[in-house]
Design a binder for this molecule. Structure first.
Ligand code: FUB
Length: 347
């Protein structure tokens, strides 16, 4: 009898323990940090965050709040990149920001070994889906794209799939191991979510409704001068593919260029350069959002100094500028400023 009762009670206790573990798991993934206000002597001016180096900005609007996901640049001295985690900030007025701390580490993907590179979070069915590039372990050498999920925009996020969504072996055209980076995710009006990504080659694919599997073919849509950092968005009937571009003849610093299309399936028309290079930075990376009736483009440069560390290829700083449209839907050139959005948009 005793034994029977013991046996009968065990599954309940085990279930409770496993529910508790599941509830605590996200809390264990990264140490929680108390949210704290960001100090900026001129709120809204560039760079936005000045006590640490940040890169690859990706905005997400949820209600009256804009969340900004960034990679944390921790390169020391001549190190090229040292990016171990992603951070998130939020604002309700584009001038005053709150720092929420890390949402995830690259190695929280058990199959990844390093490199918290560029990412984007989108909301679908009340959950937050985080697509990002990391370095895969030796089972699939090269960069890969992972997907993580959270019930809150400030995370923490946990691996949603347990394996990579895209590996270097799935796009064999690439000349190098970092072809599969910089995912951008976009949900079209019919509810279908698409993911685009790439370095040198730009790819696009549909996601299954479960958000963790590619649905069908991977298609190449590489626009002129494409280097990396694609960002998909839509305004009115026009689809925009904005990206970091490189003049390979001069191999000067990257700029932002863009293309437009009447459908997510293309055809894409090249529209030229949108910005110049980020100050002192080889890379630049676009993230675009409409917030409270105004469009913004987030970028990064390497103009920030923190302590005795100057900006460099692996020590960047996130910035923001207004994004404005011409009547025909093309984008007005974006000038990168120190004022950022601390001043009204250009007329
Ligand atoms: O931050 C690491 C890499 O540099 C990103 O994946 C690229 O977009 C470039 O910004």
């Amino acid at each position: 009898m005793l034994r029977a009762r013991h046996v009968a009670r065990r599954p309940k206790a085990a279930r409770a323990a496993s529910l508790l573990f599941a509830a605590l798991l996200p809390l264990l993934a990264v140490p929680a940090m108390a949210a704290r206000p960001v100090e900026n002597p001129v709120p809204g001016s560039n760079p936005l965050f000045r006590d640490k180096f940040t890169a690859d900005p990706a905005p997400l609007v949820v209600g009256d709040t804009l969340y900004l996901y960034v990679g944390h640049d921790e390169a020391q001295r001549d190190e090229m990149f040292n990016m171990r985690e992603w951070l998130v900030y939020s604002t309700q007025d584009m001038k005053h920001w709150v720092e929420h701390g890390p949402i995830m580490k690259a190695t929280d993907f058990k199959w990844a070994k390093a490199d918290a590179w560029a990412s984007q979070v989108i909301e679908k069915d009340g959950r937050f889906w985080f697509y990002t590039a990391v370095e895969h372990d030796d089972t699939h050498p090269g960069k890969a794209i992972g997907v993580a999920v959270s019930d809150s925009p400030t995370g923490p996020f946990v691996d949603a799939k347990g394996s990579a969504l895209v590996t270097n072996q799935m796009t064999p055209k690439g000349e190098h191991s970092w072809e599969d980076i910089d995912p951008t995710a976009f949900t079209d009006d019919d509810g279908t979510t698409w993911i685009a990504w790439g370095n040198r080659h730009c790819y696009i694919a549909r996601l299954k409704p479960n958000m963790i599997e590619i649905d069908g073919e991977i298609t190449e849509i590489t626009p002129p001068h494409f280097e990396e950092g694609p960002w998909l968005h839509k305004r009115g009937d026009t689809y925009y593919l904005t990206y970091a571009s490189l003049d390979r003849a001069s191999h000067r610093d990257e700029k932002i260029s863009y293309a437009t299309a009447p459908s997510i399936r293309g055809p894409w028309t090249y529209r030229g350069e949108l910005t110049g290079s980020g100050k002192y930075s080889f890379t630049i990376h676009p993230g675009i959002a409409e917030f409270k009736g105004q469009w913004y483009i987030f970028l990064h440069n390497a103009s920030l100094t923190v302590g005795d560390q100057n900006g460099s290829i692996g020590r960047r700083a996130v910035t923001v500028e207004y994004l404005q449209y011409n009547d025909d839907g093309t984008l007005k050139p974006v000038v990168q400023t120190d004022e950022g959005v601390s001043v009204p948009p250009p007329q």
